[in-house]
Ligand binder design. Structure first.
Ligand SMILES: Cc1ncc(COP(=O)(O)O)c(C=O)c1O
Length: 405
């Protein structure tokens, strides 16, 4: 059971604004603990890491290294398997170019789904173009759910990379990742997981799931923007090429152009990192672990069910993912353009997202070019959902037009 009063007091955005925020799949609010960690860096120890021979630099470098350990603990990984990046998009690009482009060749297959976010499919389009490896899609059912049966049917000997989101950012369905990894590995394929919408919400154990690569962003889990993580099994990271080179990532180089790279994770972290971001991410994972990811997961499931239960009786609403469990509810109001509904709701103090949510291939699967997405996090309440449902039940085309014009 979460102590919601306490939790809500820890988020300045929840105290100051008269706003019901249901756009957590886009980004989340930050608690004081994270804000203070970022400010502390700028106010008290604003020096570079791993470069200076003075106490303050050692001190900040130490905190930076502890951040890697904290993230490793959050995932049940080891710290040498944690690469800091600028976010999920950057992590996914790193795997595609550093691993996919290096090892895939004509005749190989990259297996994915039609529900992927642009950040987990566009880099693979590029890999396919360069290597001539083919992209195939695992069929989803009419609710956009990926079943193990369909995955088994889609797997074959030529599949070398399976790349998919653990939780879809449009429909919020969770894929059976442990079984997927087991089956993919039995064919010798590597599994790349887009964890942008799962790592902030679920208790993660990369060893138990046996994931090969996992990408996610700090800002979707109470952390700062501009920082993210690529987890990779150490041998795979060692086998992956960096796609950025520069200071901090090499052990030696000479005038003939010979470069000796450092070992993972350092070979991927060329240049000065987002130090305040990494320290903020450390504060965020510690904050989430203090609450307990199993409590967060359970509460969000409860909120999701409550949301759907309240939405279902509204006859003018179509729900696309009534069986979702991960805090994302996707719907439309019959006869009103999604963007106009979102603008109307904004005028009533509710923030939700309208559009295709960067998953442009999914449009054909769910037969809707634009949808509304309400996404909750553990600081949202049932009272906020009640207020939202009330506003939605009063919506009419005329009211929307009045707001939009
Ligand atoms: C499923 C999924 N993958 C990747 C991303 C990209 O994350 P970022 O913009 O933080 O790089 C997002 C962002 O919305 C997402 O929802």
């Amino acid at each position: 059971m979460l102590d919601l009063t306490n939790i809500r007091n820890e988020f300045p955005m929840l105290k100051k604004n008269n706003l019901v925020y249901f756009d957590n799949a886009a980004t989340t609010f930050k608690p004081y603990k994270v804000i203070n960690a970022v400010m502390d860096y700028y106010e008290n120890c604003s020096v570079n890491v791993h470069r200076g021979d003075y106490d303050l630099s050692f001190q900040v470098s130490n905190q930076f290294d502890q951040a890697r350990e904290a993230v490793a603990k959050y995932l049940n990984a080891t710290s040498k398997e944690i690469v800091f990046t600028s976010g999920a998009s950057s992590s996914l690009n790193l795997v595609a170019y550093g691993y996919g482009q290096k090892y895939l060749k004509e005749g190989d297959v990259i297996l994915s789904t039609e529900a992927e976010h642009a950040s987990n499919i566009l880099p693979w389009f590029k890999v396919s173009e360069v290597t001539k490896a083919k992209i195939e899609y695992i069929p989803l059912n009419e609710e956009g759910i990926l079943s193990i049966e369909n995955f088994k049917k889609a797997m074959h000997d030529k599949v070398k990379v399976v790349t998919l989101a653990q939780v879809s950012n449009v429909l919020g369905h969770k894929v059976p990742m442990k079984e997927i990894c087991k089956i993919a590995h039995s064919y010798g394929a590597v599994v790349v997981v887009d964890g942008a919408q799962s790592v902030p919400h679920l208790k993660m154990d990369v060893q138990d799931l046996d994931i090969d690569f996992l990408a996610f962003s700090a800002h979707k889990m109470c952390g700062p923007t501009g920082v993210g993580v690529l987890y990779g099994k150490y041998d795979l990271l060692q086998a992956t090429d960096p796609f950025l080179l520069g200071g901090g990532s090499n052990a030696r180089f000479d005038i003939c152009g010979n470069i000796l790279l450092k070992n993972a994770p350092y070979k991927f972290e060329a240049g000065t990192p987002a130090i305040e971001g990494v320290l903020g991410l450390k504060a965020a994972v510690e904050y989430l672990m203090d609450i307990g990811m199993e409590h967060i997961e359970e509460y969000e499931k409860e909120l999701n069910q409550y949301f759907v239960e309240k939405l279902r009786p509204l006859e003018h609403v179509v729900i696309y993912n009534p069986s979702g469990t991960c805090g994302i509810v996707t719907f439309n109001v019959k006869g009103i353009f999604a963007q106009d509904v979102a603008s109307y709701l904004s005028s009533k103090g509710f923030a939700i997202r309208a559009g295709n949510h960067c998953a442009k291939i999914l449009i054909d699967v769910i037969q809707a070019s634009e949808t509304l997405r309400a996404s909750v996090y553990f600081y949202n309440t049932k009272e906020e959902i009640d207020a939202f449902i009330q506003a939605l039940s009063e919506i009419t085309l005329e009211k929307c037009i009045a707001v939009v014009i």
